[in-house]
Design a protein around this ligand. Structure first.
Ligand SMILES: Nc1nc2c(ncn2[C@@H]2O[C@H](COP(=O)(O)OP(=O)(O)O)[C@@H](O)[C@H]2O)c(=O)[nH]1
Ligand SMILES: [Mg+2]
Length: 292
């Protein structure tokens, strides 16, 4: 059976960062394939992941837990036939819940080693009431309290308590007996998703799910802005900061004035990160806005 890991978590919580920073290092020397599903017409994460992994399959537009269900299963089969990976990593979109993804993987003969849910400790209080976020926590058996470098230490204990409560309420249960199917949750605290190797050594293998548990309604939208001209960095920052609050996330690949290379832009809940250079990019320039 092909060992696989599902990385889930709310928009901007650090899923791609974890895959680039930590998983890659722990799997060095192994054939690793990555399937990434993003909200957004053109994949930004796919391009960042391709810098780190040789075999990356992108499923843009739509969501692997509902509209792209069949495409996701096709992608698993395709990537296995083409590449014969030793490990499969799946990054779900920030708007997806993990159960249907787990079911598809298990149905196609993958051993789901763990479902890792990233929690954005800086923005948790803003999104913790979101139904999708609750099912993401409930559907995981490893939770990573991420962005601890920016969070207040006193908030971390409270967030951990909240997460555990959500997990107990939203984890899948046996439909007949009502008994929880997952009995253990491991919680880590990290910055930039730097997890210890043990997480990737199959110590948290999930039991098999037999049926699809409840599934929340999705309510995310996205808008793509195509950019024809290079942008002024200060203007870009100012415009992103002035976006309406319903825009949770913005990302894209842009050209900046006075800068030689295209850069990937990342904005989450009012905060813009330092852009990352993508030197060999020659595709279109765009920003995707994602909101509730
Ligand atoms: N300060 C800080 N920033 C982080 C951390 N983890 C991720 N980020 C940043 O948060 C933004 C969103 O991360 P990304 O991995 O793209 O999130 P995803 O949408 O869940 O895949 C990026 O700009 C990351 O550099 C962290 O632990 N600390
Ligand atoms: Mg991502």
């Amino acid at each position: 059976m092909l060992p696989s890991f599902v990385v889930t978590g709310f928009l901007g919580s650090g899923k791609t960062t974890l895959l680039v920073n930590s998983a890659r290092e722990h799997f060095s020397g192994k054939r690793v394939a990555v399937i990434v599903n993003e909200l957004g017409e053109v994949g930004v994460d796919g391009k960042i992941l391709k810098n780190a992994y040789s075999e990356v399959l992108e499923l843009p537009e739509g969501c692997i837990c509902c509209s792209l269900h069949a495409e996701f299963e096709k992608a698993i089969t395709e990537i296995r036939e083409k590449y014969d990976p030793e490990v499969l990593l799946v990054e779900t979109s920030g708007g997806a819940v993990p159960f249907p993804v787990i079911l598809s993987l298990q149905a196609l003969g993958c051993l789901v080693e763990s479902v890792i849910c990233l929690v954005d400790c800086v923005n948790f209080d803003r999104y913790k009431e979101d139904n999708t976020a609750k099912y993401q926590i409930g559907g995981s058996n490893v939770v990573v309290l991420n962005k601890t470098d920016l969070a207040k230490p006193e908030d971390l204990d409270r967030i951990e308590k909240d997460v555990l409560e959500i997990w107990k309420l939203y984890r899948p249960v046996n439909t007949f007996t009502g008994e929880p199917i997952y009995t253990k949750l491991k919680i880590y605290r990290t910055s930039y998703g730097r997890l210890p190797k043990e997480v990737f050594e199959g110590v948290y293998t999930l039991p098999e799910l037999k049926a699809l548990p409840q599934h929340p309604q999705h309510s995310h939208w996205q808008k793509v802005i195509n950019l024809l001209e290079p942008l002024d960095y200060e203007d870009l920052e100012k415009n992103l900061k002035n976006l309406p609050e319903k825009v949770i996330r913005a990302k894209g690949i842009v050209r900046l004035k006075h800068h030689p290379y295209p850069v990937a832009v990342n904005y989450t809940f009012g905060y813009m990160d330092i852009p990352i250079e993508i030197r060999d990019y020659d595709g279109p320039y765009f920003l995707v806005l994602i909101g509730n």
